[in-house]
Structure formats: C-alpha cells, structure tokens
Write a protein of this length. Structure first.
Lengths: 367, 331, 615
C-alpha cells in the first residue's frame, strides 16, 4: 500500500482485528455482488444509481461502476433536454468528493474529463464552468503541487477553454515556482508553454522579437517549418530565473534539469539551423560557465554545477571542434575528464555514468 | 544466497504471502481489489515464477495449481474479446494484457483461446487505436494514455500477431509515443504531460516492441533515469519524490532496454529492496516499514531478478515476464 | 492536528453562550480565584479547570481581557489613557498595601501601575486635545462610532508553529478562533556609514525568511542568497536532527556565545544577513551592548520555530498569523474553554482584600479538593469567598510595587488615513521591523504591526490604517537624559505614516508622499510583563502584562510556570490525552463495516437484483 505504515503484528493478527476485517469483507462482497448484478441487468433507476454511488464512495477505483454511470449519463448529456446541465453538475460534485479523498485515482479523473467534455458541448455551456474546473485544479495543486493527474487535467481544461491564453498558464507556473522552485511539474509545464507562446515561423521573426502570429493552444500541431525556438529575451529571463534557484540551493535538481534543457535547446537548434538567429550561443555558454564557477567558489563540492560545467565545456568543445583549434579542444577535454573524475567521487552511485562519460571524451590526456 | 548486510531475500515468506493472498478469497484485500484482480493474478503468479525454486528444489509456481490460475483468468473473459478485471467487470486493455501475459506464461493461450477467440482479442486491442493520432484508448470510453500504447504492442505481440502492421498503424503509434516526449527526453501519459518513470517504461517498451527505439536520445533519457536513484539507494519516479520499490522495475527495465543498466548503484538498490520486505508475514512494500501488497512484491522481485540477484529466474525487461518463456516463444 | 487550526477562509463553528450571570452560590465552591482575564491568567485558568480544579475567574472591568490585553473601543482607550495621564485609576490611584498583619493583603487597581508617559498627538481632522483628554472632531467621532473601531492593547502576532498556536491546539481552544496570515515582513536597516540617529539613512527590504523568499528576493545578491540559505539550512538540519519536537542539543560551538558572535564568528555572516536573521526572523531585541545580548541558544530556538511555521497552514502561508478580531479573542477563547470545564466567570467584580485563614491540619490522605481553604477573599459587592490559591493579573496593585525597578515597553498606536481609498476590501497585515540603532537611537528593535482597513474586522473603514509600534525601553541610566516613547518611536513611525498634520509639530518629515496621513497618535509606556511572575506569599502568584516581543512565547511560558507554582504536579499546561491511537485502526474497519451494513439495509427491503436476477 503506497505510504501506509505497516501494522504491529500483534494488532494485525489480534482476533478482534481479524474478525472486524472479515465482517467488513463479507459486507463489502455482498454490496459489490448486488451492485454488479444490477449493473449487468442494465438498471439505471434511481435506487440502483444511489446504491452504486455508495460503493464508489468507498472504493472509487471500480471503473465498471463509473462506466455504468456513463451509460446512464450519455443519452442525457448528448440530448438537449434542460436537465443535462444539472445532471452534469451533480456528477461533478460526486467526482469531486471522490477526488478529495483519492486525488490520484485514474478513473475519477478520466470520468471527470468525460463529463466535462460532454457538458462543454451542450448548447448552454458556459466558460464559467471551465473556470470552476481550473479552480478545482488550483485547490488540489495547492494540496499536492506534484499531482500529475491534476496537472494533466488542467491542460485538458485549458484546451477546451478558448479564453485561456498560454501566457496566463505561464504566469501560473511562475507563481508555483516562486512558492517552491523544486516543483519539477511547473518547470516541465514551462518547457511546454514557452515554445508554444514563442512560436516563430522563421529566424527573421525571431530577430523582430515577435512571437508567432499564429498562436494556437493545441500542442499537437507540429507543422513543418515552424521553429519552436526561444527568442533571446525569453532566454535571458529563463537563465536568470534558474540562476536564482542555483544560488539559493545548488543541490536542487529541478532547476538544473531545466537548465540542461535550455542549453540543449540552444546547441541543438544552432546545429540544426546553422545559427540561432540573433542569439550569440558562444557568449551564452561562456556566461553559464561563469555562473557555475561562481557557485563552485562557494560550494566547491557541489554536484550539479560540476556536472553542468562539464557539459557546458563539452558543448564548447563541440563548437570549437570545427574550427580546428585543436589545442583548445584538448584543454577542454582535460578539464572535462577532471570534472567527471571528481563527480565519480562525489556521486559514487552514478559511477557507471561518469566512467562512460570519461570514455566518451576520449583518451587523449596530455595531448 | 546473496546477502547485503544481514539482509537476504525471503523467498519462502514471499511465496507464502502470494499464495495466501491468492487463496484467501474471502479476505478484505482480495474482495476490495476486484477492480484490478486480473493484474493481481499476473503480479502474484509471475512473482512465483521468478522466485524459481524453494530450498527443496521445488518450483514455487507449483504452489498455485495451474488449472485454478487459468480458470480464474478465463472467468474474466468477455464476449467482446477483452478481459475485465474480475468476472462481471467491463473489458479493459490493462486486464486484457494481464490475462494474455498469464496465459502465455502458463503456456495456456492456445488451449484456452481458440484461433477465433485470439483473433477477436487482437481485434479488440487493435480497435482501440485512434485512426487520427495513433494513440490507444484503454476501453471504449476513450481514456488515452501511453500506457495503452505499450499494452497494445505487448498484447498483440504475445498473441502472435505478426507483423504488427497487419493489425495496427505502427508508424502512427510510434509518432504518438514520440509526441509525448518532453524537455528532459522522458515521456508522459499524453502530449504535454510530465515525465514519469512508469510512463517512460511504457514508452520505451512500446518503442522497443514497435522497432523504433532508435528515435530516442538514449544517453539523455538513461541519465534522467539513473538520476532517479536517491540517497537511500531506492529509485523514485520523478525528481524530488520519495523512492519506492515499484520504480525499481520501471526504471531498471527501461535502463535495460536502453542498454545502460550499469548507471545505477546495484548493491545499494538491492539493499533498499530487501529492506522493504516484511520479514515475518512476507511481501514487499513501497518503502521500509510500510504495509506490503502484491504489486510491490512483484516489482521488488522482478527488479532483483533484473539486477541478477542469485537464485531468481531471469526476467524479460520488455514484457515483464520470465525470460525463459519469451525465449521459448522466440520473442 | 495542525490542520485543525482554522484560518479565516474556513467556516467557523458556533459555540454556546458564555456564562455571565451572577451565581453567588457557585462562588463558594472554588479552589482557585483568578483575578483578571488577561491572556496568561486565562490560559492558566483553562489549564487548571481542564484538570478539574474549581476556578472562580473574576474580571474587575466590564469586558474580558481587561485593560492590558483586550482589543477595545477607541473611545475607551482614549479615556483610559487620559486617566493614566492623571495618575488615577479604578480605585482613586492608591496602591494596595500589606497591613501590619502579614496575613492580610489589600488589592488596588491603579491605572498607573501599567501605563505611564502618555503623550497624545491629534490632527485637526481628528479632533483636539484638552484638559479632559481628547475630544474627537464631530466627523471623525461619527466615523469611528458608526464603524466598528477597536485598538489592541497588546498588538502581537502568532508564529504558526509557535507556543501560542501549539497551546491552542493542545487545549482545543483553537475552535473558537480564526487567523489571518501576515502578508509581509519588512526589515529596516541603517545604511552603511550612516550615523545612528539619522533616520533618513535607513533603507528597507522584504525579509527573505524562507527558501522561496530567498529565491524570489531582489534585495539579495546571488552570493548573499547562498550564504543565507546555507546558514538557515544548517540550522534546520542540526536543530531538527535533535528530535521531532524541538531543537536538539546545542553543539559546543554555540555554548556561551551571543547570537551576534555566533553568526559573525562561527557562520561568517555579513552584517546585512545577520540583521535579517536576528531581527527579521528571530525577533530578537538587540545585540546587547551594555546589557547582555540574546544568546545564540535563544536565537537558534526562535529560528527553529520560525522555520517550522512557514507553510504550516498551506503553501505560501508565511510564518506569522494574526488573530481575527484582535488578540482580545485569545483571552476569551481560553475563558470559554475554562467555562466548558466548569470555571465560573464574573465580570465587574474586584476583590479588595485577601485574609489568610488559620492553618488547620488536613486529614490524612485527603485529596487536593478536600484540603482546607487557606484564604478568605473579600469582594466589593459580594459575600466573601474562600479559596486555596489566588492568581492575580497585572492590573492588581500591591504595596510591594512601590519603588520597584520594572522594565518598560514603549508603545505607540497611530490611526492614519490612506491617501486613496483602496479598491480592494479587507486589506493587508504587515510587519515592519526596525533593527537597533536604525532610527531613534534606541539599542532595541522596534516592531511595527500595520493593520490596513478591515483586515482583522477591527475597523469598519477601508481607508484607515492602524500602526502599532513597540520597543523595549532602554534601561534607565540615571545620568542620561530620560527618553520618552515618542522620542524613540517617532522616527520609525514617520517611515510608515506622514506626521505633518499632527498638532504638536513633529520634528521628522516623512519621505514618501504616498504614506497614509496620521490622524491620531497615542504614545505611552507600559510595564514590561516579560519577567513579571511574582510569588507574593503561600499560594498567591501574580502574572505580568504584555512584553515587548512580537510573539507569545514569554506569555505562554509564564502561564506554564504560574500553573506549576500553584500546582507543582502540573508540569505541562495541556497534557495530551493519550491511549486513543491503538484502537483507531479497529474503529476504521468497524466504521466502514457499519457504513456497508446501512447501505445494504436500504436495499434489503426492496427487491434485490442479486437474487431476483436469476428468477
């Protein structure tokens, strides 16, 4: 059982305890039999629905009983009768109660999506209903900021919500990161939103400093020719943000993983397009090397700046490689090897990784 | 038997725990877990297979009669070709895969499901693919998740569908999985969803079975995975979360498929798993001193098997089934 | 447990009426008479009552909390301060005396015992000052009468994981209360190289007290961020490692060091970061200097509690909480709790004298309640009451008060009006801390709690702000010039409000034009209750009033000490009721089983599909 403490054996095996559980099991089985018998008779009367609801309130993972409710609700929600909205609201209330108790239940979230999706197609659907859904997400994310079901549901609601700009969602991630910059879920969302917001069709757009004219919220549109690259002013901000996290707590991996993405994004796009528009990649790498060195001055044994530094040097060496400056690349390789050796000592659990990294640098020591 | 510190794998205890769980059909744990019973049978029986032999050289898997296991599985068969989690429960891809896995492991697929039935099951699975984006649904109600992409690929392969293209749109299935790839090279449940080690397993597994693993940056993804090992030696599912035995499996099997199993600290991880055992009543929990369950018991044992813990039956990382079975099938 | 403390946005449960009616008959059966319903007395009364001690709780004034602790109407406070200015009090200004007979103690209630050095400044808009005190301008008077407008006598804030909240939770008195989070803490420090007395040279920034504050802070450079975070983390690790309940054993490097030495020499923190730690977070009074400064031990304990307080009541909720409707509610909550446990409450009754009864031998093996009474207490307007022990609040004066050297707190309550009416209702609660020697030349920390509009439901007008300043008074050096509360606090006040319109020509100009305009300033000196716990005789204990610190630690501590002085067996105020955890799991099974049974019963009457289905 996730997170449930093991009981003392004398309690677990006590006759009173065993008897209470037997009794519970018997009653549960009886109710379950009754509910499934009715479900298989396709009964959708009020009493049956209420009965199944009682069982669901106790065990919300019973997907078949949610399916039973879907069968009952589907004609109502697809019809145009006036009680469709009321039925949806009633259902959402039930799901909300289940989610409050069990915020990680796949079937509760799925059922909610299903209801909201249909309710949103009703002729009298209102945006306020979607705002309410976002409010529920806010609430549950304030209880557990990493609940990935809830984050996923939030994105689903945003995709239905025409007025919800990705910029507003970006602000939401900024707030969450300000509360706790270890919130990897927020950094992740940011990495998905930024390219969406700053969609550009060419590097000329990038130079003009504009976001794309054609900003839609669908994430699946990966039309050919659209370069999802971040303009320099956005990069400035993002590098600035992670830097605050680095200095506050250099051991926090979320911000470093995000940083690794920013660097990777720069280097890969430069490779792909031959340049990164207006962005001076070399200077940016140099600046980040400096940041790592500044941190290492205060925290010389800190893993993340050491590792990041090694990778920055690797990127620099790769960029220098083409220009024939053999000796400077060799110097960088030496430094990288030193860094990986040091990391091997500091972080022995990932020794295998560092050894492979050293091997990949090549064995040209001193040369 | 290999021991780490004073800890050894309590094979006998775990086997007793699994058998007891499977047989105590009036116990609350059993009745209240009907919503995933068939997966429970898969976890329990596969754990017994992987535990290999007891001290007297008898196979642990013999402790649950084959006919009973197969009967329990077939009781969940629905006419539409799919399996529900328990008799009377609706068909769902998750349990359909579990059913097929158990039947294949016990070598009972062909005797229980006629060619026509197997065809129907394959059609049930293939019918869950979206023609639009190549994703898979869990059942007719439409939940989309990369877990289901994996389930479909695994299930169809186990059913002997060859080539997969004959039943599903493989290129689209691959594109959907890749659309779920994130900034950290990991994978989420749907496009835009956060990377999660469980989901990484599903996606790496799906890409492996669909023959498209070369589409991922193995170094970057495997590095993210090896960073899941925490100070305590266990593995977590996402950055800055607690370690948990079940991630042993999701992370290790992915690393195995990516060819980088040696990037984690093997002995620390073994120690962590062993410290999650209930030494008295058997079973393995998510973390030391938590309540055990059949799910963590299986993933703990499967993880140890993958780490080469002695005396265990080797496990196949792609299918989470005994490697011997897969070899016999030529997979 | 923690989550059971209610913050304001949650609904509140109504509770029964207080017992207010006279019940002279009941008075006769008491063990302890408590005089004064100030906060520490009320905590003690509740702690005693909950353990079955029979408590008679008398309040000399007409409202709970008395004059030292209550949140009171502006008019009452003004009248009261004017009286204190005259040196008169409830009993004509005399102090109590101990008669020649040592068995008799006389009680008196002079206002001057707790309040002095009153100085009132008024703007023409608010009214004028005359012989009788303040006469409010008609419009302003109408304003403050038509709207609810209260002033706090003890403007304090709770630490989310501090002693007050823990005591409320342990006692269950939190059910009666609601809290609001303080939105921001601002620290004022003297600029480098500026003279001590030059208030113009002070600058301010938001206190980066938590990991997320440090991350967000624009006032700290990257290296400062690292140093501060590293220090706070090291304290959290070493203090939290001790056990789960509190600071672990202090290491050798802490022993004997003052907080300044510890931060400067052991942790090498620069001055700015030291100020943040000592004044912005740990709420320490000063560095010491002539007197002994706060010890590293004390400072670290405060840090530990502060760190535990952050986010205790939800993400983004800071360490400090303010009691809705004012701190007077705290006394009332404990009084209610005491009443629930059988204590008798009477307002407007003041004991005048206690006479010791001749000693008689208790019967052998007699329990506490069977022991004979030791005092007969005479109460104006009632028959004498006998009891075993007496607990006195700070308003009671005895002859022993005379010529005694007591600590003082400088206080100011300022009512100011915002330049523009705010669009948003409710308003913020903010804390400003002036580190020592920043303004006014005082070596102690000045704390300013600003309550905007109706943030705590104590002010009906959204455009008014109340600013409470307080500061420990410097020990009076006979040779130096006497300092006054106004002299010390005005420099800080002018950073928070414009004083231009006040009658009496303040010397200091405020810099910003956007500051609210001060309408009314009340400066006074209050007796410092910090170390006021006196044993006045066998079974008679007296508690002090509010101290200068921001929190309630000293108050809760002295309540605890007081209870254990009266009853040495009572070591903790509210011991937890144990023996419940083991059966919890069983009852969960049983509860679920009965739930299932109820559901099943509801179907058994109608046709059952399970059986009917086959037919």
């Amino acid at each position: 059982m996730h997170g449930r403490k093991r009981e003392a054996k004398e309690v677990k095996h006590s006759s009173a305890r065993v008897e209470a559980r037997r009794r519970k099991a018997k009653l549960y089985a009886e109710l379950s039999r009754e509910c499934f018998a009715r479900r298989n008779q396709k009964r959708y009367d009020e009493e049956t629905l209420a009965l199944c609801q009682k069982l669901l309130e106790m065990n919300c993972e019973l997907y078949t009983l949610w399916n039973h409710r879907k069968e009952y609700l589907e004609p109502i929600l697809l019809g145009s009768s006036s009680d469709a909205k009321g039925a949806a609201e009633k259902e959402l209330k039930l799901i909300e109660a289940c989610l409050q108790r069990n915020p990680k239940s796949y079937c509760c979230w799925q059922h909610r999506k299903w209801v909201v999706d249909l309710a949103n197609r009703l002729p009298n659907a209102e945006e306020a209903a979607l705002d309410r859904e976002l409010g529920l997400c806010d609430l549950l994310l304030s209880v557990d900021e990493r609940n990935f079901h809830c984050w996923s549901y939030r994105r689903f609601v945003c995709s239905l919500h025409k007025a919800r700009e990705p910029e507003v969602e970006l602000d939401f991630t900024t707030d969450k990161i300000s509360q706790n910059f270890s919130n990897y879920s927020s950094w992740h969302y940011r990495s998905a939103l930024l390219p969406e917001i700053n969609k550009v069709t060419s590097f000329e757009d990038l130079v003009r400093g504009g976001g794309g004219e054609n900003t839609t919220t669908t994430t699946s549109s990966s039309s050919v020719g659209v370069k999802r690259v971040l303009p320099p002013h956005v990069l400035d901000e993002e590098f600035g943000l992670v830097k605050q996290a680095f200095f506050t707590e250099p051991e926090d991996q979320s911000s470093w993983l995000y940083h690794a993405w920013l660097i990777n994004h720069l280097v890969e796009n430069e490779k792909k397009f031959g340049s990164y528009g207006d962005e001076r990649v070399g200077e940016r790498l140099e600046q980040e090397v400096e940041t790592c060195n500044e941190i290492l001055e205060i925290e010389p044994e800190s893993k993340w700046p050491l590792l990041t530094l090694a990778r920055l040097l690797e990127a620099q060496a790769a960029r220098a490689g083409g220009e024939g400056s053999e000796s400077s690349a060799a110097g960088l390789h030496d430094k990288m090897r030193q860094l990986y050796r040091k990391l091997e000592g500091i972080d022995p659990m990932r020794r295998g990784y560092y050894l492979d990294a050293i091997a990949a640098v090549g064995n040209e020591e001193g040369g | 038997m290999e021991s780490v510190g004073s800890l050894v794998l309590r094979k006998e205890k775990h086997a007793e725990y699994v058998v007891e769980f499977q047989k105590d059909k009036a116990g609350y744990e059993y009745v209240a877990s009907e919503y995933l019973r068939l997966s429970g049978i898969y976890w329990g029986t596969t754990a017994l297979w992987l535990l290999a032999e007891d001290e007297e050289g008898k196979e642990f898997k013999e402790r649950l009669p084959r006919e009973e296991v197969v009967k329990d599985v077939m009781a969940c068969w629905n006419g539409d070709g799919g399996f529900g989690s328990a008799p009377g429960h609706d068909s769902h891809l998750l349990y359909t895969l579990s059913a097929v896995q158990v039947l294949v492991t016990y070598g009972a697929l062909e005797e229980e499901l006629s060619g026509e039935d197997r065809e129907r099951t394959a059609a049930f699975v293939a019918g869950l693919q979206s023609a639009e984006d190549g994703s898979f649904r869990g059942d007719k109600w439409g939940e989309v998740d990369t877990r289901f992409s994996y389930c479909a690929a695994s299930c169809l392969t186990l059913l002997g569908v060859k080539p997969l293209e004959s039943k599903i749109d493989v290129p689209k299935a691959v594109e959907f999985v890749l659309a779920c790839r994130n900034f950290d090279e990991g994978f989420g449940a749907r496009p835009g969803d956060e990377t999660h080690a469980g989901q990484v397993f599903c996606c790496v597994g799906a890409l492996t079975l669909l023959g498209a693993l070369d589409r991922v940056d193995k170094d970057r993804l495997a590095w993210w995975l090896c960073e899941r090992q925490t100070k305590g030696g266990g593995l977590n599912g996402r950055p800055q979360k607690l370690h948990d035995v079940c991630y042993t499996w999701w992370v290790l099997s992915s690393l195995q498929m990516l060819g980088r199993l040696h990037w984690v600290d093997r002995s620390k991880l073994i120690h962590f798993i062993l410290s999650c055992q209930d030494e008295i009543d058997g079973g393995i929990s998510d973390r030391p001193d938590d309540e055990v369950d059949i799910f963590h018991t299986f993933f703990g044992i499967a993880g140890l098997s993958l780490l080469g813990y002695p005396g265990l039956e080797p496990v196949d990382a792609r299918y989470a089934m005994p490697a011997r079975t897969m070899k016999e099938l030529g997979l | 447990m923690a989550s059971r403390v209610r913050l304001l946005h949650e609904p509140s449960a109504e509770d029964g009426e207080d017992k207010k009616e006279d019940a002279c008959e009941e008075w006769q059966h008491c063990d302890v008479i408590v005089v004064g319903t100030g906060l520490p007395e009320s905590i003690a009364a509740a702690a005693l009552a909950r353990r079955g001690v029979r408590v008679l709780h008398l309040e000399p004034n007409d409202s709970y909390g008395g004059k030292c602790w209550a949140t009171r109407r502006l008019g009452d406070v003004l009248r009261d301060l004017a009286t204190a200015r005259d040196g008169t009090g409830l009993d004509g200004g005399s102090t109590g005396t101990v008669e020649a007979d040592p068995g008799i103690v006389n009680f008196a209630y002079p206002r001057s015992r707790n309040i002095g050095d009153v100085s009132i400044l008024v703007s023409a808009e608010a009214g004028s000052l005359n012989e009788a005190g303040v006469s409010l301008a008609e419009d302003f008077a109408k304003d403050v009468e038509s709207i609810q407008f209260d002033l706090a006598c003890a403007p304090k804030l709770c630490l989310g994981a501090g002693d007050m909240i823990d005591t409320l939770i342990a006692s269950d008195a939190h059910r009666y209360l609601e809290f609001k989070a303080v939105q921001s803490s601002t620290l004022w420090v003297a600029n480098e190289g500026a003279g001590d007395h030059d208030g113009q040279e002070a600058s301010s920034f938001v206190v980066p007290a938590s990991r997320s504050d440090i991350f967000k802070s624009k006032d700290l450079g990257p290296v400062e961020k690292r140093l501060l975070m590293r220090y706070l983390k090291s304290e959290q690790d070493s203090l939290g490692a001790g056990d789960n309940g509190g600071p672990g054993p202090s290491s050798a490097e802490v022993a004997g060091l003052s907080m300044v030495e510890y931060l400067r020499d052991v942790h090498k923190l620069p001055k700015k970061l030291r100020s943040i730690v000592m004044y912005g977070i740990a709420d320490l009074d000063g560095e010491g200097g002539e007197e002994e400064g706060p010890s590293a031990e004390e400072g670290r304990q405060r840090l530990y509690k502060y760190a535990k307080s952050i986010n205790r009541f939800g993400p983004g909720v800071g360490a400090l909480l303010a009691c809705n409707y004012g701190n007077g509610e705290l006394s009332q909550a404990f009084c209610r709790l005491a009443a629930v446990h059988g204590a008798t409450y009477v307002l407007n009754y003041a004991p005048t004298r206690a006479e010791a009864l001749p000693a008689s031998c208790p019967e052998e093996g007699a329990g506490e309640q069977e022991k004979p009474d030791t005092y007969e207490v005479h109460i104006k307007g009632a028959v004498p009451v006998r009891c075993k022990k007496i607990l006195l609040g700070p308003e009671v004066s005895l002859s022993s008060d005379r010529n005694e050297e007591v600590g003082k707190v400088f206080r100011c309550a300022c009512v100011a009006k915002k330049k523009e009416s705010p669009a948003k209702k409710g308003g913020n609660i903010q804390l400003h801390v002036f580190s020592p020697h920043t303004v006014g030349g005082n070596p102690h920390t000045i704390r300013a709690v600003c309550i905007e509009g109706n943030a705590l439901n104590t002010c009906g007008s959204e455009s008014l702000v109340v600013i409470y300043l307080s500061c420990r008074a410097q020990a009076q050096n006979p040779s130096s010039e006497r300092t006054s509360p106004r002299h010390v606090l005005e420099g800080a006040l002018c950073k928070l409000a414009s004083l231009q319109d006040l009658d009496g020509a303040p010397e200091l100009a405020s810099e910003s034009k956007d500051l609210p305009k001060a309408l009314l300033c009340l400066y006074y000196t209050q007796r410092d209750g910090r170390s006021d716990l006196a044993e006045l005789g066998e079974g008679i204990v007296q508690l002090g009033g509010p101290d200068a610190s921001l929190g309630f630690q000293n108050i809760v501590e002295s309540s605890g000490k007081c209870v254990s002085r009266l009853y040495p067996d009572f070591e903790t105020l509210f011991p937890s009721e144990d023996g419940q955890d083991a059966s919890l799991e069983d009852s969960e099974d049983e509860a679920e089983a009965s739930y299932l049974e109820r559901v099943l019963q509801s179907v058994s009457k109608s046709e059952q599909a399970g059986e009917g289905g086959e037919g």
